[in-house]
Design a protein around this ligand. Structure first.
Ligand code: F6R
Length: 243
């Protein structure tokens, strides 16, 4: 596991974007695993800048996102599909036909999950998976549990995740209570994993993830077992790291 500590969020975003840009340059037809949330926004902004400056070409890559709220479609401004269009896809020359998210509008949960597992498999697996870290140690929407879910599944979001996501909605009642998410197995199958973590509020959980025991009660702790993981974190997030 590699840990890169940066001064602040801006520098973190630059470092993370450079790692993604390097992946695209080395393998222009690569598959990127992408995340939503606040953490990667600066990274996406930086990638957009590289594209605008003529330094990065997205035309041959494919992408698969970690998760999507169950019940929300691409036109809903709270859906992750909408988020990705807003923060990346509509601003670069990515082929929209090659961008994939779970189908939030598919009511049949088994079908939604099977279809998305097949999508990830048919696309040839993920070269680089970008992750944020939840306050309870979740990655994707893999919440603390008694075991590690392997493949794409439908989850009930925990009260703490619903509360954390309320900031994006008018009120807590409007936050969807379920999501389709890649499983831990899908994430661990990625050849490389890049985790971006920023802020004092993530310092404690980050220390637990990196230095604590590997346990499904802290889903991200499983990343300790992956052979190519890079954490790009800022000084605030690093402030409680024991080693
Ligand atoms: C997003 C996702 C989540 C977030 C996590 C951190 O697609 O799967 O696991 O990465 O909740 O969110 P932020 O970055 O908003 O703190």
């Amino acid at each position: 596991m590699k840990i890169i500590t940066t001064k602040n969020y801006e520098e973190l975003s630059k470092k993370a974007a450079n790692i993604i840009a390097a992946q695209i340059l080395i393998k222009p037809e690569c598959v990127l695993g992408l995340a939503t949330g606040s953490s990667p926004i600066g990274t996406y902004d930086r990638l957009i800048k590289y594209y605008e400056d003529g330094d990065l070409d997205f035309s041959t890559i494919s992408s698969v996102n970690l998760d999507e709220y169950r019940g929300l479609g691409p036109d809903d401004d709270q859906s992750y599909n909408y988020f990705m269009n807003e923060h990346l896809f509509s601003k670069v020359n990515i082929n929209k036909e090659r961008t994939f998210l779970p189908n939030g509008l598919e009511k049949d949960a088994d079908k939604a999950c099977n279809d998305y597992n097949n999508t990830i498999e048919h696309i040839g697996g993920i070269d680089l998976q970008l992750l944020g870290l939840g306050h309870n140690g979740h990655i994707g929407f893999n919440e603390p549990d008694e075991s590690f879910p392997i493949s794409v599944h439908c989850v009930d979001l925990t009260p703490s995740t619903i509360e954390a996501n309320t900031r994006f909605f008018e009120n807590e009642d409007m936050v969807p209570k379920q999501a389709y998410t890649m499983g831990i197995g899908n994430i661990l199958n990625a050849k490389k994993i890049l985790v971006v973590v920023s802020g004092k509020d993530k310092a404690e959980i980050l220390n637990t993830v990196i230095n604590g025991p590997v346990t499904p009660l802290v889903p991200a702790s499983i990343l300790q077992l992956h052979k190519d993981v890079t954490f790009v974190i800022d000084e605030d997030a690093a402030s409680k790291l024991e080693k």
